[in-house]
Ligand binder design. Structure first.
Ligand SMILES: Cc1cc2nc3c(=O)[nH]c(=O)nc-3n(C[C@H](O)[C@H](O)[C@H](O)COP(=O)(O)OP(=O)(O)OC[C@H]3O[C@@H](n4cnc5c(N)ncnc54)[C@H](O)[C@@H]3O)c2cc1C
Length: 418
């Protein structure tokens, strides 16, 4: 029985690494496997996580949650340990991220490749699959060099559409569509966002900075209530950082439909030493500003917040508060109220849809209703399987997406081993 895997990314590699079968062929358009895998986690590869509670907030649908349960983070860590990749935990703000102890995505890549070679898997490099036809219960594959291949079973592991220069540019969706599947519209996920200051759209941040803060977005209409604390990076007219990337998964569809999104940033939580005490009240910020006023009466108002938040943010907070005074000694209680409000409720408007170039993942993909969750076989075409990001499954930042790529591959590997 000949098995073809289209795409040798994280998922295709994981599948081929688990099945000792010389009749398996990976077809990869690049001259090497795992191009995107090597970029993950800034080259360190955050490949899973220990925090798998509250899965409805980690994954986009029940299908993804079910997949995770069939091959969870512990199975994942064990698998990699067995092929030589020892894991380590890095804890930031209460989240336990898992990385290879080597701190290198390349060690994950080499250990998988070693398994693939050892399993005798045939890898066809530099070959783009242009089209797939299902004829007489066989899959006839047309390559871009006009060669044709025939397989009894076929796995689409073509990834999503983000970072298209890694090889995953969305062509897998067209192949699945031609085979009769419906595609949930692909949109960019885990991406930075362009912003304006809602309270003064002309205002621009003067420089770049990083600051810890709580990001909130509520939409009663869509039943979305997002709140996350973490480091935010302000970069000219874009914002990023883990809370923003996670937020992007909730709002990119709205942005693509030309709906502006209003978010709030609360800097008060960054004023504490311990992030767990993030429920600092507005009153505490106000009383801190009041005592600051007493201690810096001699200062120019321009410098009142110096040392409180990053200078770039201070400047905007002062401008938004529209203070007419020159010396701190002239500030009134009303001025302190205005400053406090802008520190705890820094309003941004996001209106521009993001593109796929900066997105770490793609939301959408092959409709999960058309796939058997226990085998990942198509319910439309027998012998056709889907693995990884090509499916309409996605997760937040923190190793949750590679976990899905590997869990899907492991479910299919189990089917092929039986
Ligand atoms: C910069 C960046 C950092 C990331 N960091 C993390 C992280 O730290 N942790 C995490 O969990 N996730 C991370 N991700 C997401 C993660 O990389 C993906 O979710 C994962 O790679 C998906 O695996 P996949 O095998 O489904 O797709 P891919 O890895 O994209 O692989 C698909 C493969 O299919 C090939 N292909 C596509 N179409 C064809 C065709 N027609 N013919 C032949 N070959 C084809 C492509 O060349 C590619 O090699 C990151 C993503 C990016 C872009």
């Amino acid at each position: 029985m000949r098995i073809g895997i289209i795409g040798g990314g994280a998922s295709g590699m994981m599948l081929a690494a688990q099945v000792n079968n010389k009749d398996i062929t990976i077809i990869e358009r690049n001259n090497k496997l795992g191009k995107k895998l090597l970029l993950t986690g800034n080259g360190k590869c955050n490949f899973t996580n220990l925090n798998f509670n509250d899965l409805n907030n980690k994954y986009n649908n029940d299908f993804a949650i079910n997949i995770y349960h069939q091959f969870d983070n512990i199975s994942f860590i064990d698998f990699f340990n067995n092929i030589g990749v020892v894991s380590k935990v890095e804890t930031h703000k209460g989240i336990n991220y898992i990385y290879p102890n080597s701190n290198k995505a390349s060690s994950v890549y080499y250990c998988l490749l070693d398994r693939i070679n050892n399993n005798g898997v045939d890898v066809i490099y530099n070959s783009l699959v242009k089209n797939v036809k299902y004829i007489d219960e066989k899959f006839c594959i047309a390559l871009d060099d006009d060669r044709n291949l025939v397989f009894d079973k076929l796995v689409l592991a073509t990834g999503g559409k983000s970072y298209g220069n890694t090889g995953s540019d969305g062509i897998g969706y067209s192949i699945a569509k031609k085979l009769g599947h419906t595609i949930i519209t692909p949109t960019p996920g885990l991406t930075s966002l362009k912003y304006n200051f809602s309270d003064n759209v002309e205002l621009k941040l003067n420089g770049k900075c990083r600051v810890n803060a709580k990001v909130s977005y509520n939409s009663y209409k869509d039943n979305v209530f997002f709140e996350e604390y973490g480091e935010i990076q302000f970069n000219d007219n874009t914002i990023s950082g883990i809370p923003i990337l996670n937020l992007s998964n909730k709002i990119t569809r709205k942005l693509i439909n030309s709906e502006a999104v209003h978010i709030t940033i609360d800097f008060s939580s960054s004023l504490l030493y311990n992030y767990e005490q993030q429920l600092i009240s507005k009153e505490i910020v106000k009383s801190t500003l009041n005592s600051r006023r007493q201690n810096t009466l001699y200062r120019n108002v321009r410098d009142f917040l110096c040392g409180y938040l990053p200078d770039e943010i201070n400047e905007v907070v002062l401008k938004l508060s529209n203070l007419k005074k020159i010396r701190v000694s002239e500030l009134t209680d009303d001025d302190i109220d205005k400053l406090t409000n802008h520190i705890v409720k820094f309003n941004l408007t996001i209106s521009e849809p993001p593109n796929f170039d900066n997105a770490q993942i793609t939301l959408g993909g092959v409709n999960t209703e058309e796939i058997d969750v226990n085998t990942l076989e198509s319910k439309i075409i027998k012998g056709l399987y889907f693995s990884g990001e090509v499916i309409d499954i996605d997760g937040i930042c923190g190793g949750y997406n590679l976990q899905l790529a590997y869990s899907t591959a492991s479910i299919i590997a189990k089917v092929f081993k039986e």
